[in-house]
Design a protein around this ligand. Sequence first.
Ligand code: NAP
Ligand code: GLV
Length: 313
Amino acid sequence: MNILFYHPFFNSNDWIPLIQQQLPEAIVYPYCAGQNPPADYALIWKPNHEMLAHRHDLKAIFALGAGVDAILDQLQQTPDLLPKNVPLYRLEDAGMALQMQEYTIAIVMRYFRRLDEYYQQQIMQQWRFLPPHQYDQFIIGVMGLGVLGAQVAKRLASLGFKVKGWSYSLKSIAGIDCYHHDQLDIFLSGTKLLINLLPSTQETQGILNKQLFCKLADDSYLINIARGKHLVKADLLSAISSNKIKAATLDVFAQEPLPKDDSFWDNKAITITPHISALTKAEIAVPQIIEKIHRIERGEKVVEGLIDFNKGY
Ligand code: NAP
Ligand code: GLV
C-alpha cells in the first residue's frame, strides 16, 4: 500500500513516522514535485493540481483538517483538482473538541465575570463594583451543532449556562435547546453570547452580519472560531460602535495571517488569536485515519467524516 503525504505547513517528520509505525505494511512518502509514484491513499492539505488530479486509482483522500472549505474553494477554481469519484474525508474531532471547549470556556468566563471591564477600571485605578451577570440571562447560542459545536454546547451547559444550538437539521441533545435551519430568528432571540462553529459554505459565508447582530440581545458577545469568511467585518465594527455588540473574540479571519494594518488589531473590544482555538494533533488524527483505511481495505462503507460535495461540508 502506498500513501502520499502533503501539508504546506506541517512538518512531515511529525506525521510520516507515526503513519509508518501504525501501518507497517504501507510505504509512506512525502509529495515531491515532478515525482508521481502510485498512491492508494493521500493525506493532504491544499493540494496542487499535479498532486492528485491524475490519480484515478486512489481509494480515498484524507484532508488534514476539520473544515475542508479551503480545498473546496480550490476545487471551484480548478474543477479537476481532485480525481472524480474518490471519496474525500475530513478529521472528526481528533482532539479539537476538547481544545474548542477549553477556548470557549476561557472566553465565556472572561465575559461572564466582566474581567475586561474590571481591567479597564484597573487602568484608571478605579475601585468600582459592577453588577454580576446572571446565568439565566447570559444565554449562549452555538451556531453549528456538528462534531465540535455539539461538544462545546454540552460543556458550557454543564457549567450552568442556558445553551441554545442551531444546525441545519434539528438535533436532540440533552440540556440544549435545539433549533433547525428555519428557526434562526428564535435561536438568536435573547442570545447574549454567540459562538460560531459552522462550516464555511456558500450558504453560511457572511452569516455574521448586521441583520443577524440586530436579533441578538443588547450588549452581546461574539466568539468566531469557525472561519473568517462567516463574518462581515464592517457590520461587526458598526455593531461594536453602536454597543449592540460589547466585545468579540476572533480566532479566524478572511485573510490569514491578519494583515498588520487591519483595523481589528487596534479595536479594544476585539480579542484576536491566530487560528489556534483547535489545532490538528497528529497523534490523534493518524489513528483516526488509519482506522478508516483499515475499514476501506476490508471493503466496508465508511461514511463518518465523508464530505458531501453538494452540501460543501
Ligand atoms: P461539522 O461536524 O460538519 O458540523 C457542522 C454543523 O453546522 C452541523 O451541525 C450542520 O448541520 C451545521 N450547518 C451547516 N450548514 C448550515 C446551515 N446552512 N445552517 C445551519 N446549520 C448548518 O463540523 P465540525 O467538525 O463541527 O467543524 C465546524 C467548523 O469549525 C469547521 O468547518 C471549521 O471551519 C471550524 N474549525 C475551526 C478550527 C479553528 O482552529 N478555528 C478548528 C477546527 C474546525 P447538520 O448537522 O444538520 O448538517
Ligand atoms: C482548522 O481550522 C480545521 O478546520 O481543522
